[in-house]
Design a protein around this ligand. Structure first.
Ligand code: FES
Length: 578
């Protein structure tokens, strides 16, 4: 609640009374049950800091979360608050079927409602694995109490026969070698035991790393929080600082809706491009912005991506891992390097403008080789690009930094797969008629079709792997893992399940990718396309439950794939709604 002086007035544990028709009785009963839990009046006078608990056996990335929760709790207690832990859905990327993306919006709704329904003056949203942080930012955007994020931090690297290994760029690369017969069963077993050696999130520039950097850039996490590895004291100390700061936010704010400004999103897109970040972050940023009064579109993505060079040398587009970036100064060092391109007056949960944080000595140390200077970047501007054309009138994405340069201007015959399952079977078939010049097309994998699985980086046909082919042009309405690489056109919109142009492609049609023109085109005349469009039959709706609700309400990828009834309506946050 906001006081007349602009300071927030914490409501504490007796805020938002349970509705029994007698507020006095609600307060009495709440006090009685909390007394049973060991809280006395001195405890219950303090500002309440909610902390999300996403610990789950189904989420190995969050294995060390209990220790971090204890660190945050300590910070809260030291600063005079009282911590209240509560569980929310934990989305573990590798243990969810068919894809964690089906549940991002559900996690976000649950988080939003629990912040609104339970008494808390501030909430610390503690996440990590890919979809958890986007879901939390989407919830934060509409929260009516101040919100601060913390992440579990990246894993440390492993090794195999002298080579550093990291999840999951090396997972895909080495699995591909195994499929092609270049690694034996013993080798792949050793690799499996050394790819993900500690607790924490994938330590390449995948979605979790990208979203952690974006969260810090947006100003929703304290500085230096994105890169500290999960098993380190740096991570725990950042947790303590987050707990302390959360208590200050109880009276000072800001709300996330005041932090998530256009300047914040533009800074985030700069960082996304400069780090060669995950294409998934584009969908997530569009969804987060969609919950605010900021209008963010693929045109903004293209405008900023096309004027921002690649600066950070991390896999999958480079060589290093998150621990290297952390030693090189982490996000503050990236921001200091990118400063001429950033909005430096932006203020986040630290309460200090970005300019001040950078002035505080954030420049990368001279000895490091992870962050390149702005005047000698690692790659030209445009490590991400937005494509349009007859195959994606509403837009598609390509991660240029992860593509093969010679394939970025390519025309070839289509080879079409109607589902991920069909592609899996046929691409493993040694007799599949395919050449390296084919364009592999996957459809029915957009938001409505299949909740956008990370299937867009289709495997290279097994026979071609044996022949040494490592990349081909691939086109789909799916996403791809931030850890993937290849010449992969993603997020084609409108999607095929909604009758988009991908639904009209037939085997043998010519498809042209032209990066210079930012185009992806199906070279079939309009008369023939009209005939095919008339034959289109939309897939059946799921019969019941969340999947039915999701398909009936999900927005297209170019609008963030949020649900249409969760986007900004000009009416404020969740507790303002009836
Ligand atoms: Fe959890 Fe990669 S699987 S971050």
């Amino acid at each position: 609640m906001q006081s007349q002086q602009g300071e927030r007035q914490p409501e504490g544990i007796f805020g938002g009374p349970t509705s029994y028709g007698d507020p006095g009785f609600s307060r009495f009963l709440r006090g009685a049950f909390l007394a049973a839990a060991g809280y006395d009046d001195a405890d219950l006078d303090r500002p309440v800091i909610g902390i999300t608990n996403l610990t789950s056996d189904y989420n190995p990335c969050h294995r060390d979360m209990p220790a971090l929760i204890e660190a945050i709790r300590r910070g809260v207690l030291e600063a005079g608050g009282i911590p209240f832990l509560f569980p929310t859905i934990s989305l573990g990327e590798t243990l969810l079927s068919p894809t964690s993306m089906l549940y991002r919006n559900l996690a976000s709704m649950e988080t939003e409602e629990l912040i609104s329904a339970q008494p808390m003056d501030v909430v610390v949203l503690l996440g990590g694995c890919d979809k958890t942080v986007p879901a939390q930012l989407m919830a934060a955007a509409v929260a009516t109490v101040p919100t601060i994020l913390e992440v579990v931090g990246p894993m440390l690297t492993g090794s195999y026969e002298g080579e550093r290994l990291g999840a999951c760029t090396d997972c895909r690369r080495l699995w591909s070698e195994y499929r092609g017969g270049n690694i034996d069963d013993g080798g792949i077993t050793k690799i499996r035991h050394n790819l993900a050696t500690t607790a924490g999130t994938c330590m390449v520039m995948g979605t979790a790393s990208t979203m952690a950097l974006i969260t810090e850039t947006l100003g929703m996490m304290l500085p230096e929080g994105a890169t500290a590895p999960a098993p380190t004291g740096d991570r725990l100390r950042h947790g303590v600082a987050t707990g302390r700061r959360a208590v200050e936010l109880a009276t000072k704010g800001p709300l996330a809706s005041e932090v998530l400004t256009r300047a914040a999103f533009e800074n985030a897109l700069r960082v996304l491009t400069a780090v060669g970040g995950s294409t998934n972050a584009i969908v997530h940023l569009l969804a987060i912005a969609g919950r605010t009064d900021v209008t963010l579109t693929l045109d903004d993505v293209e405008q900023i991506a096309s004027t921002t060079p690649l600066l950070v040398d991390l896999k999958p587009s480079g060589r290093g891992y998150m621990e290297d970036l952390h030693h090189a100064g982490g996000l503050p060092a990236i921001l200091a390097t990118l400063a001429p391109l950033l909005h430096l007056d932006h203020v986040g949960v630290s309460g200090r403008p970005l300019r001040e944080l950078i002035d505080a000595g954030a420049a990368p140390p001279r000895w490091q080789e992870v962050i390149a200077p702005l005047d000698a970047p690692l790659g030209a501007v445009g490590s991400l690009a937005v494509l349009r054309g007859s195959l994606a009138p509403d837009g598609a994405i390509i991660k240029v930094a992860a593509a093969t340069p010679t394939l970025l201007h390519h025309t070839g015959p289509a080879l079409v797969f109607d589902s991920v399952e069909e592609a899996t079977i046929r691409l493993a078939d040694e007799d599949l008629e395919v050449t390296k010049d084919h364009v592999l097309v996957l459809r029915n994998a957009g938001p409505r079709g299949a909740a956008m699985p990370e299937a867009g980086s289709l495997p290279i046909p097994r026979r071609l792997v044996r022949e040494g082919v490592r990349d081909m042009v691939r086109v789909s309405d799916a996403r791809m893992s931030g850890t993937s690489y290849g010449t992969v056109v993603l997020h084609c919109a409108p999607e095929s399940a909604a009758g988009g142009p991908l639904a009209l492609v037939r085997d043998g049609d010519s498809i042209r990718l032209d990066l210079s023109e930012r185009r992806i085109d199906l070279l079939v005349d309009e008369g023939e396309l009209a005939r095919r469009r008339a034959e289109f039959i939309a897939p059946a709706l799921p019969r019941r439950g969340w999947r039915r609700l999701f398909v009936e309400h999900v927005l297209p990828a170019n609008q963030g794939a949020d649900l249409d009834f969760l986007t900004f309506d000009g009416e404020g946050g969740s507790t303002n709604r009836p």
